[in-house]
Design a protein around this ligand. Structure first.
Ligand code: HEM
Length: 457
């Protein structure tokens, strides 16, 4: 075994303690492998999509490498130690970590994701109350989803074919707007539902479609801002205890309410990702189609297998390829010197497809016993670490609950045939999905119509 130099010992110590390394370790730090792409690698990233980071990690036999993206020196990292750095160290910030278009389409300025330290924890607590701790709220969300899904069936039965990826966006947008208690007078379920879906769709690209999505987002944000102004001025009332009420009533650490803009941004931060769950539902429909043994088991009522199935969908499906962050201070990570201001990307997709962490990573194997409740820093499709104190997604519980309900409906409440179609999922398009959108034919209701009564409807 190779002995460690003094510098390496110090590096490990600092990596573990999460403390900034003193400057004198800089000279002893390991050199970071460099991507061999000549010049700026942005075009390669756009061409290669999800494979961009993992392929280079493999080629360079590393879990960290340096490249240049959008004319910016960038470090790409992968694996549990990197996840710990991103979500457990407190040494990084999300401010300045995403290109402006991506930031505006997803989390946006003034959102919880753009806060650090105590301000972040305080705002995050609102999301945790709504999405993690309110059992009744979660039951109501799932019941609403079922109700809206079932309500679309008579129309689907009349049609020759239905593209699940389009239909599920509509169903989830209706669910999200109703669940949050958003007044619909100034909104349009169909138009605004599409806008919510386009925000995720447009975030992985550049060009006219992205700009269009941005323009539509701006208009929706403006309408929601005016709703918050009206709530504040008592011109409209919202249901007490509803998610929109929570956002309207939220006070910052100094006791001030959120500005109408910040409130609109945070409401969209609940609406948009609920619609995004549809992407996992489409991947689940594909998995049911490709693994008939699982479809039959779940159709027969094996509820105990549902969490394993849903969690494996979250692991294997390409969604967010990576997240970005910026170093708040000089530090040493596994012997590598990272200066303050450095841009970093954590490879979520590569980590959840790392064969040393998940054997046969590209095989759908629901027996891996994964759970959003774990904090093992390897199963990180929606971030890692402690939800309350890090930027880990607060929506994992809702994602899994809705996904499980969708699988119940697809296996027990309806029958359908899967049309001849191109189900290839190109990994160079972010976010990914089957080319055909998963087209179903001969959709029929199988179970007896139920009338779930969702409160507040
Ligand atoms: C559709 C599946 C989802 C995926 C793939 C996903 C992914 C992620 C990821 C990777 C992060 C971490 C960002 C970072 O580290 O900077 C995140 C954060 C966040 N997610 Fe999700 N998410 C999903 C669903 C949801 C849902 C259903 C909600 C709410 C209803 C939600 C709300 C949020 C919020 C508010 C944050 C920011 C948290 C913070 O900065 O503290 N997400 N999500």
């Amino acid at each position: 075994m190779r002995g460690k130099s003094e510098g390496e010992d110090q590096s490990d110590l600092f990596a573990k303690s999460g403390q900034p390394a003193p400057n004198n370790t800089a000279t002893q730090a390991h050199e970071i492998p460099r991507d061999t792409t000549r010049g700026d690698a942005t075009l390669s990233l756009l061409r290669e999509g999800y494979a961009f980071i993992p392929q280079r990690m493999k080629r360079l036999d590393t879990n960290i490498f340096r490249t240049r993206l959008m004319l910016r020196d960038t470090l790409c990292l992968s694996g549990p130690a990197a996840a710990e750095l991103f979500y457990g160290s407190g040494m990084l910030t999300r401010i300045g970590a995403m290109p402006q278009t991506v930031l505006r389409l997803l989390q946006d300025k003034e959102s919880v994701q753009q806060l650090d330290g105590e301000e972040h924890r305080h705002r995050k607590a609102m999301f945790i109350r709504l999405l993690m701790q309110d059992d009744d709220g979660m039951t109501r969300l799932v019941a609403l989803f079922r109700r809206h899904f079932i309500a679309h069936l008579p129309e689907w039965e009349q049609r020759d074919s239905v593209a699940l990826s389009t239909e599920i966006d509509r169903i989830l947008a209706e669910t999200a707007l109703r669940w949050t208690g958003t007044p619909l007078a100034t909104l349009d379920l169909s138009r605004d539902g599409r806008t919510l879906a386009e925000m995720v769709q447009g975030a992985g690209r550049f060009g006219p479609r992205t700009w269009l999505a941005l323009a539509r987002r701006n208009r929706l944000e403006k309408r929601i801002r005016s709703i918050f102004k009206d709530i504040r001025d008592n011109r409209i009332a919202v249901a007490e205890g509803s998610p929109i009420d929570h956002v309207a009533q939220h006070r910052d650490r100094q006791g001030a309410p959120l500005s109408p803009r910040a409130a609109a941004v945070e409401l969209i931060n609940i609406l948009r990702p609920i619609v995004a769950i549809g992407r996992y539902i489409v991947f689940a429909a594909m998995a049911l189609h490709e693994h008939d043994e699982w479809r039959r088991l779940l159709a027969a009522g094996a509820d105990e297998l549902l969490p394993d199935f849903a969690e494996e969908i979250r692991r294997i499906s390409p969604f967010f390829p990576f997240v970005g962050a910026v170093a708040k201070e000089d530090m040493i990570f596994e012997g590598h010197r990272i200066p303050k201001g450095q841009w970093l990307l954590l490879d979520l997709y590569g980590t959840t497809h790392d064969e040393t962490l998940f054997p046969e990573p590209h095989r759908f194997k629901p027996h891996r016993q994964l759970s959003w409740r774990d904090r093992n820093n390897a199963f990180i499709p929606q971030g890692a670490g402690d939800i309350a104190t890090t930027h880990r997604c607060p929506g994992e519980r809702a994602t899994v609950e809705i996904l499980m309900e969708a699988i119940r409906i697809l296996t027990r409440d309806i029958s359908y045939e899967v049309a001849e179609q191109d189900l290839e999922v190109p990994l160079n398009r972010v976010p990914a999905g089957p080319k055909s959108g998963f087209v179903m034919t001969k959709v029929r209701r199988t179970a007896a119509p139920d009338t779930p009564s969702a409160p507040g409807q």
